[in-house]
Design a protein around this ligand. Structure first.
Ligand SMILES: Nc1ncnc2c1ncn2[C@@H]1O[C@H](COP(=O)(O)OP(=O)(O)OP(=O)(O)O)[C@@H](O)[C@H]1O
Ligand SMILES: [Mg+2]
Length: 248
């Protein structure tokens, strides 16, 4: 079934947001079907990170509503949104540099469950998705390569009780081979039932994976496409999306 036919896990209805009194994104409408990958594309400064911040609640809305499973969450704190299953993996990595890879993950699974067996199973899942991290489980997180730290940040989000993952430019500054394995991992997270909003400048990777894509320009949605359907036949529109990474 097309991802577009699933009920929305997340929805932005006429969302406006910005910084201080300056509105940066204007009247954004986005639907993220449950269990899908939705790509949020667009050039530098288009408002992609701002949109994710509005979803995560790290900046207040200036208008509109964010809905999780059909319920408005715009009034909830970031903490409460995290508790309900929305987790942001921000630009730049968020790991504890002085702790080992395994301890970084232990901290999250311990918060999620007291059951040692369940914890071990969840960690085993991470080692399966990210074999590179398994090899480096004793290594201090701060000494991992950029891509490996990004994998660790994603693993932490995966181990939390997150249902909706907001991934902000996980490919930033990484070699193509690492980008490939990160995107493989995103696919595996989707296969395990996560709903994912993926901000990307590398269209090729994002469109290969995404079910739907939204292109932002100057704080507005300028294009919406069902990439799943485009891949399976139709959709010359696919070709009209500017490759923002190439345009830089
Ligand atoms: N904390 C802030 N205070 C004021 N303006 C900001 C702040 N953060 C971002 N902006 C401005 O908001 C606009 C959108 O920024 P945003 O970070 O959302 O873009 P982006 O699409 O994520 O870009 P990039 O691809 O470069 O990460 C930009 O003009 C930026 O300068
Ligand atoms: Mg950004």
């Amino acid at each position: 079934m097309s991802a577009a036919l699933q009920p929305p896990a997340l929805e932005l209805r006429g969302v406006s947001a910005g910084y201080g009194r300056i509105e940066v994104v204007h009247d954004i409408n986005i639907v993220v079907p449950a269990g899908s990958v939705v790509a949020l594309l667009g050039p530098n400064g288009a408002g992609k990170t701002t949109t994710l911040s509005a979803i995560a609640g790290t900046i207040p809305l200036m208008g509109g509503d964010v809905l999780l499973d059909g319920q408005p969450i715009s009034g909830l704190s970031t903490y409460e949104r995290t508790r309900r299953g929305i987790v942001l993996v921000p630009e730049g990595r968020s790991v504890f540099p002085s702790l080992s890879v395994e301890d970084n993950l232990e901290l999250v699974v311990r918060a999620a469950t007291n059951n040692a067996q369940t914890r071990a199973e969840r960690l085993a899942e991470v080692w399966e998705i990210f074999p590179r991290l398994a090899e480096r489980r004793e290594q201090r997180a701060g000494t991992l390569s950029g891509g490996e730290q990004q994998m660790l940040a994603m693993s932490r989000a995966f181990l939390s009780s997150a249902r909706v993952l907001l991934l902000d430019e996980i490919s930033m500054g990484l070699a193509p081979v690492l980008v490939e394995s990160l995107f493989d991992a995103v696919q595996q997270l989707r296969d395990r039932g996560k709903t994912i909003v993926l901000v990307e400048q590398f269209l090729t990777y994002a469109l290969r994976l995404a079910d739907l894509c939204y292109v932002l320009g100057r704080g507005r949605v300028t294009f919406v496409g069902d990439t799943g359907e485009m891949r399976s036949g139709g959709g010359g529109d696919y070709l009209q999306i500017p490759d923002t990474a190439a345009a830089r």
